[in-house]
Write a new protein. Sequence first.
Length: 252
Amino acid sequence: MKLENKIAFVTGASSGMGHAIALKFAAEGATVIAVARRKEKLDALVAEASGLAGKIVAKSGDVADFAGITKVLDDSFAEFGKIDILVNNAGVMDEMMPVAECSDELWEKVLDTNLKGPFVICRRWLNGQLENGGGVIINTASIGGIQGARAGASYTASKFGIVGLTKNIAFMYAQKGIRCNAIAPGGVATEIAVGLKSPSKFGSERASSGMGANPRYGSADEIAGVALFLASDDSSFVNGAVITADGGWSAY
């Protein structure tokens, strides 16, 4: 087992990639602290993990509630003494809004969830885990964080920010036993687009203009496999990397 005796903290664990990552890590022996807003979904995840080598512990939390998510981390460190692996996976889309149509409210909502939340979590985690000899951070970025128009302005800015945050942490703390990498998924079958209520017609048309080049959609479990590699000692020399997992879409 690749993660035996490891403690992992996974946000956005109630569905999609976070759900798959939590199960994959538990199957490899980790105790997974699964964090999300939807308690009923987390309870179902805990039940689904029954019989695996590791286990899943559910904790309600919203990454955009900075005081609240910090307390979840405080409580987790108090309970387990360490958190070896941090996965910043929770995220929201942005209605495909281009700059001219993007409200302050939408900008702040997306940046708070996709960038400031992971920053706050990384800061608290680093201050708790450095004294334990280091650990691993995995951030969910996006090909929207390495290319300019796979979503609206706020989502794109947030994911470019995650890439920069990942690389900064990786180099700054490389000699402290910390590795920090990001996964940049392409089109993956998850619930992230379910929350779209009134997407921009113009922004959606522009963002989807390259969809014909997408070879296929990926599965959440395929992204979880990349996360397992980054969490384990198999990737011991990988630090500050952004691993694109998009079936070759961005290779066109």
